[in-house]
Design a protein around this ligand. Sequence first.
Ligand code: AMP
Length: 191
Amino acid sequence: MLNIVLFGPPGAGKGTQSEKIIEKYDLNHISTGDLFRKHMGEGTSLGRMAQEYIDEGNLVPDELVIKMVEVKIKSHHSPKGFIFDGFPRTVAQAIALDAMLKKQGLSITTMLALEVEDEELRSRIRLRGKTSGRADDQNDERINNRIETYKRETLPVADYYTAQSKYHGINGTGSIDQIFNDICMVIDLKK
Ligand code: AMP
């Protein structure tokens, strides 16, 4: 059983690397950003509640995120494990995730943190904005807000996993395959 937190700032490549990790290790993907976009697309009440936070590049309140993940974990119990992509983004979410997993006799195996410089993040997000259709990818003020929000609210999550000796930094610049290779080396040691 392999339960991975894929961590990193917006634009670090979490979505791209998740797809490759899932394919190789057959894990269940829980991307809170994708789940919110699905809810917004379907116009559910959760989607309507989350929309204004997301469009401005702010975090959705913890209780909404945690409830949504809990439903997913319960309904998709997989023998191989989960990859959490874009979650947890606050220490409160990390604590809640540990508690949810513990109820099922599970725990986080490792955190893989993609490390990329701010300027590179901005240019990747602007480029993605040309095709993603995402409001939060398309405006410099919102992009900067997402990066600042990451530093202020999300970076402490790295300390939380460091304290459990689960943090692994990965250089997130270079070719997609090179980064994936570095990720696999860590995962294969933990399997
Ligand atoms: P992402 O696709 O992971 O970049 O997420 C897009 C947006 O969804 C973020 O900027 C937040 O507004 C919201 N979001 C996604 N995951 C979370 C989370 N774990 N906690 C709070 N907000 C989130």
